[in-house]
Design a protein around this ligand. Structure first.
Ligand code: 5GP
Length: 210
């Protein structure tokens, strides 16, 4: 039976790179990555229909009204939605599907498809995440502050996903992700312990927000 994977992570955690690496693996030969619709501006290096289908607000709202989305959500002020028909037909053709969604979208998909495997990737600490966002050089200091505060909220929701993975080290996180997706066995015990510790630390800092 084809599997639906939903992968979320705070912005800057390295989710996209990890997913791309998994897709190059033998195990992923029957796995396809979903392409979402968004109202966000196209970035310089992005192609229509590859990273996203770029729509204006009116087109997006029309798709909502026509019931074309499996889920949709507002993320950082823009709308994002998963085309329902593509997911349903791809799975019925026997392909596994990865959806890379924010936590709201992930929870919507999980309630519609309880068999979906939800995977949440965490940074080892907010300090580490902040450094990565600065290094990426994509956002202003103001935006980085916003993304960090969003991250704190996302971790509160992400803690209940089926699998949690820490991206403290790209190669180790990649092995954990591949394992979570394609093996029915549990993730390495030592790695699970590490994730438990990091999560508890992140949650302490998230709760100090309120
Ligand atoms: P970005 O604009 O940086 O590509 O993505 C921003 C956030 O939106 C990321 O967390 C990404 O996973 C999420 N996202 C991308 N596509 C979708 C979608 O179709 N639905 C939802 N709910 N989130 C999405």
């Amino acid at each position: 039976m084809a599997q639906l994977f939903v992968i979320s992570a705070p912005s800057g955690t390295g989710k996209t790179s990890l997913i791309q690496k998994v897709l190059d693996e033998e195990e992923a030969s029957k796995t396809k990555l979903g392409v979402s619709c968004t109202t966000r501006e196209k970035r310089k290096n992005e192609e229509e229909g590859v990273a996203y289908f770029f729509l204006d607000k009116e087109e997006f709202n029309q798709k909502i009204n026509e019931g074309n989305f499996l889920e949709y959500a507002k993320v950082f002020g823009n709308l994002y939605g998963t085309p329902k028909e593509w997911v349903v037909s791809t799975i019925s053709q026997g392909f596994d599907v990865i959806l890379e969604l924010d936590v709201q979208g992930a929870m919507q998909v999980k309630s519609a498809y309880p068999d979906a495997k939800t995977i949440f990737i965490i940074p080892p600490s907010y300090e580490d995440l902040k450094n990565r966002l600065f290094k990426r050089g994509q956002d202003s200091e103001e935006t980085i502050k916003k993304r960090l505060s969003e991250a704190k909220q996302e971790v509160i929701s992400g803690k209940d996903f089926d699998y949690l993975i820490t991206n403290d080290d790209f190669d180790l996180a990649f092995i954990d992700l591949k394992y979570a997706m394609y093996s029915n066995a549990d993730i390495n015990k030592g790695r699970k312990e590490l994730t438990k510790k990091c999560l508890s630390h992140l949650l302490d800092q998230s709760s100090s927000l309120h």
